[in-house]
Design a binder for this molecule. Structure first.
Ligand code: GLA
Length: 378
């Protein structure tokens, strides 16, 4: 993103230069899927696709925002927040939750743009939320606390927008470090920055399929996981070990047992992934990716045909160490670990094979691990 273009747009709309530029990234999850709302472990990374805002503080409580991508102007008053519909709700929701948590906010004028594909499972909404939190922190003069801002943004999404997500996306956008994946304990919110293996590219493969009913399927998985945790007598499935898992067979329905098995084995895979990443064992890391996909397909049942096809196309390439669906599932993207020097060739080969198998066009992004929400200028 050229900050000059953003500054120029601000000048056009507000007849002045912006004082501040903030940026917050989308994310791809490397491994640890559906574990966040089970108090478990995840390993996402912030990507080099982000939401940007150029802004200047106002003396009053008005927030005026021009979305350059949607070509719409919007405004609201921090004293009288009311729910509506559309992209502005993420911003109002964050403002509401910040005020509820006791932060004193100032208004601002802003232009906003982004290149996180929307609806693809790369957390464009978390990027908007964290860019908003970053903007309010900058104009209102309060210190940036990544975990606190992630929690507030998640509450905005849960309570204002009405999407029952976990904490992973907001933490990835808030707390990631360039060049590193974010190893996160979703119970304590403790983070470790895990260096990515050398000479490896993280490649995102967008199936171009989207499913409307993700929310209801997501909520159903959540309640099945809660049911299993209750049966095991624990707070969350995070507290069940791989060894104890078998006990569930005597009391859980087959389907709930499968859900529990995915979560418990996935948590173990994340812990191993962090270890093998540190040791530079990319081969094993790839195997864990493949095992995660099989578990999401067979036990958690959140893949669709397109995801299975694109993952198979990826796994068949000799430059690929492993591939899996990423995000909530039911459509959206897969992620693959690929030998860096072959990344472009891999992208072309998978696109062609996927087109042949599914008839669909994939979008492919060779990604870099980027910095979490930050002030770019000002
Ligand atoms: C969505 C949610 C996250 C997480 C993933 C699945 O991205 O927003 O909180 O639950 O699905 O891992």
């Amino acid at each position: 993103m050229e900050t000059q273009t953003l500054e120029q747009s601000f000048l056009t709309y507000f007849n002045a230069k912006p004082e501040i530029i903030v940026r917050a990234p989308g994310r791809v999850n490397l491994i640890g899927e559906h574990t966040d709302y089970n108090d478990g472990f995840v390993l996402p990374m912030a990507i080099d696709h982000a939401v940007w805002m150029a802004l200047s503080p106002r003396a009053d409580l008005q927030v005026r925002i021009r979305s350059l991508d949607l070509e719409v102007d919007s405004a609201f008053d921090l004293n009288s927040l009311a729910k509506g519909e559309g992209w502005l709700e993420y911003i109002k929701g964050v403002a509401f939750q910040l005020q509820k948590a006791g932060y004193e906010l100032r208004g601002f004028d802003a232009v906003m743009t982004g290149d996180v594909p929307r609806g693809a499972g790369l957390s464009s909404s978390a990027a908007v939320e964290l860019a908003t939190a970053r903007a309010f922190a900058a104009v209102s003069g309060f210190a940036w606390d990544a975990a606190q801002m992630a929690i507030i943004s998640q509450k905005a999404e849960n309570e204002w927008v009405g999407v029952n997500c976990g904490i992973m996306d907001q933490m990835a956008s808030a707390a990631s470090k360039a060049g590193y994946a974010l190893f996160l304990d979703c119970r304590t919110l403790e983070v470790q920055h895990a260096p990515l293996p050398e000479n490896i590219s993280v490649v995102i493969l967008d199936t171009s399929t989207r499913r409307g009913l993700v929310d209801s399927a997501y909520n159903e998985r959540r309640s099945q996981c809660e049911e299993a945790a209750r049966w095991f007598g624990v707070k969350a499935l995070r507290d069940v070990s791989v060894d104890d898992l078998k006990k569930g067979e005597s009391g859980l329905s087959e389907v709930v047992m499968k859900r529990a098995r995915h979560i418990v084995t996935e948590n173990a895979r994340v812990l191993e992934a962090v270890q093998v990443m540190k040791a530079g064992n990319v081969k094993r890391l790839g195997e864990l990716f493949n095992a995660s996909h099989a578990s999401l397909r067979d036990d958690f049942e959140v893949t669709n045909e397109a995801l299975n096809q694109i993952v198979e196309c990826a796994q068949e390439q000799s430059s690929c160490f492993g591939a899996r669906m990423t995000g909530a599932g039911f459509g959206g993207c897969a992620v693959a670990l690929v030998q860096e020097e072959n990344a472009q060739e891999f992208a072309n080969a998978v696109s062609a094979a996927y087109k042949q198998r599914s008839g669909l066009d994939a979008s492919v992004y060779v990604c870099k691990a980027s910095e979490g929400a930050s002030i770019v200028k000002g």
